[in-house]
Design a protein. Structure first.
Length: 160
């Protein structure tokens, strides 16, 4: 028989668990990003900003007016929308039951800009239940849109 000189089995050096391979660093970074993003995403999907919902409702009021809804109904619906928006931003205390000049002043105080003309504020505050109003409803709806867009962002949210 032929005798070959064989070497003994050579085991590799013991590998340590530190430092981890680059793939583990990438996996750790992804886990950290997911841990931060998932709660933010859940909050974002659950709570819708009031501004966006109000603009959608205002567009619905516009479409109904274009379809022939009476002016006093449009003024009433617009006033109710603005009141709900005000309550969403400031809460019910002192705002839900206010009428007339107090309510008009609260509308002006919430948004930083002067969105409404004096005649439009008078219409929203005092003349919204009158049968005939000689006001321009399109301009009122535009002023409402300006007011909603001027509201501070991120302060009010509505849960589904």
């Amino acid at each position: 028989m032929n005798e070959l000189e064989l070497r003994d089995i050579h085991l590799p050096d013991a590998s340590l668990w530190w430092p981890p391979a680059p793939g583990w660093w990438v996996a750790l970074a992804l886990l950290l990003v997911l841990a931060v993003m998932i709660p933010w995403l859940i909050r974002r999907l659950r709570h819708k900003p009031v501004n966006r919902l109000c603009l959608q409702e205002l567009n619905t009021i516009r479409r109904r007016f274009a379809a022939g809804q009476p002016e006093n109904d449009v003024v009433r619906d617009t006033s109710a929308l603005l009141r709900r928006t005000l309550i969403a931003y400031r809460g019910r205390d002192g705002f839900a039951a206010s009428t007339g000049d107090a309510w008009v002043n609260q509308l002006q105080a919430l948004a930083a800009s002067e969105s409404f003309s004096r005649a439009q504020l008078e219409l929203l505050g005092h003349r919204r239940y009158q049968r005939d109003s000689d006001s321009d409803i399109d301009k009122l709806l535009q002023a409402c849109e300006r007011w909603i867009r001027a509201l501070p962002r991120g302060e009010a949210h509505v849960s589904d």
